[in-house]
Design a protein around this ligand. Structure first.
Ligand SMILES: Cc1cc2nc3c(=O)[nH]c(=O)nc-3n(C[C@H](O)[C@H](O)[C@H](O)COP(=O)(O)O)c2cc1C
Length: 344
């Protein structure tokens, strides 16, 4: 059944996770081309949004995306969160997501992100002010709890739903786990069982099989995928088709290779140049190019060349040469096979 968040009817069940430093507008656009149900901006500190530098503004900008984009806000001051949400809505945000999952010391130290799972009265005040400030749906992303002894995601989810939150995403780890251990998809069921808004399972989903297992174990309505999409924006499409979704929009073929892969990467690269300008764009592109190249033959050389190149035109030529080589599959051929192919 299609997921509905307020008035927003989604196509598909695979969400792109918000990732600071990664899910900027150019990257989100690539993932949306493969039919993500929804994508999220990088986390934006509410205080920064309110003071509104160009850099922050850019993070919240959906560009000319036709898909659904949520803007994620973080903060500890309910009034500032509300003000930031109003501003985002005014600038076209279709949904506001509240971050109560970030484990970073800097964020937690200022009582934002996952620290709010230990401060339920403050968490409630933030949710309430934000929900009441905007007409677009407000959603919440959290962890299972602060630590093993305090896995209170069900309690927070229940309160959040009562206040008016329209969807809840749970990363199946505690704050104290950071990214260690395995995501506990089964625990997410205890959230699903207690609320009636859609629940999205997150953590360690890197394939269709993992998504199926996460859905089965959690009973969740959809899955959110983060790290595994780096260098593989088509993964959302692969997972959707594995889930048997009927209602995903037409998208380019999955796992492109050769010319299609070159087109995709060149398109992404050009979008980064357009958004950030040639100098910064060239620098920001390096990590994405490294992710695209990861696991391919000659990746190390390619990445180190990219890290030294500053001319956008030269980088484009290098992208074309490197990724067009049909022999450079993402799974390297058996030892000797590549040489045999090259010699043929
Ligand atoms: C580099 C990086 C940046 C992240 N930034 C955010 C963020 O801004 N907001 C957020 O809610 N979660 C953030 N996360 C957490 C992810 O959204 C996701 O919950 C986590 O990576 C687990 O999902 P995965 O195993 O599919 O990557 C970030 C994760 C990574 C690796």
């Amino acid at each position: 059944m299609a997921i509905k968040i307020g008035d927003l009817a989604l196509h598909g069940r695979v969400f792109l996770a918000p990732m600071s430093g990664i899910t900027d507008m150019p990257y989100r656009a690539e993932v949306q081309r493969f039919g993500a149900a929804m994508v999220f901006s990088e986390m934006i500190a509410s205080r920064e949004m309110v003071t509104c530098s160009d850099r922050t503004r850019r993070r919240a900008d959906r560009g000319d995306s036709s898909g659904i984009t949520g803007v994620q806000l973080a903060g500890r001051d309910p009034d500032l969160m509300a003000e930031a949400a109003i501003q985002c809505e005014g600038e076209g945000a279709q949904l506001i997501d509240i971050n109560m999952g970030c484990p970073a010391k800097k964020v937690v130290g200022s009582l934002s992100g996952s620290a709010l799972m230990r401060e339920l009265p403050l968490a409630c005040a933030i949710i309430e002010k934000t929900v009441n400030a905007v007409t677009v749906p407000v959603t919440l992303k959290m962890r299972t709890g602060w630590d093993d002894a305090n896995r209170n995601a069900p309690e927070l989810a229940r309160i959040a739903e009562d206040i008016g939150v329209r969807m809840i995403t749970v990363h199946g780890r505690t704050r104290n786990q950071f990214y260690t251990g395995e995501a506990d998809w089964e625990f997410i069921r205890s959230v699903k069982d207690i609320v009636s808004v859609p629940v999205i399972a997150n953590g360690d989903i890197d394939s269709g099989a993992a998504a199926l297992a996460a859905l089965e174990q959690s009973g969740a309505d959809g899955v959110m995928v983060g790290r595994a999409t780096r260098g593989r924006p088509w993964l959302v499409r692969e997972i959707e088709s594995e889930l048997g979704s009927q209602d995903i929009p037409e998208a380019p073929p999955k796992a492109p290779e050769g010319d299609q892969l070159v087109d995709l990467i060149a398109h992404h690269y050009q979008a980064m140049l357009d958004v950030y300008g040639p100098e910064l764009g060239c620098r920001i592109a390096r990590k994405h190019l490294a992710w695209y190249a990861a696991g391919r033959i000659g990746a190390r050389d390619f990445i180190s060349r990219m890290n030294r190149m500053n001319d956008a035109g030269e980088v484009l030529v290098a992208i074309q040469q490197y990724f067009a080589d049909a022999a450079l599959k993402s799974v390297p051929p058996a030892v000797g096979e590549y040489e045999a192919r090259a010699a043929a």
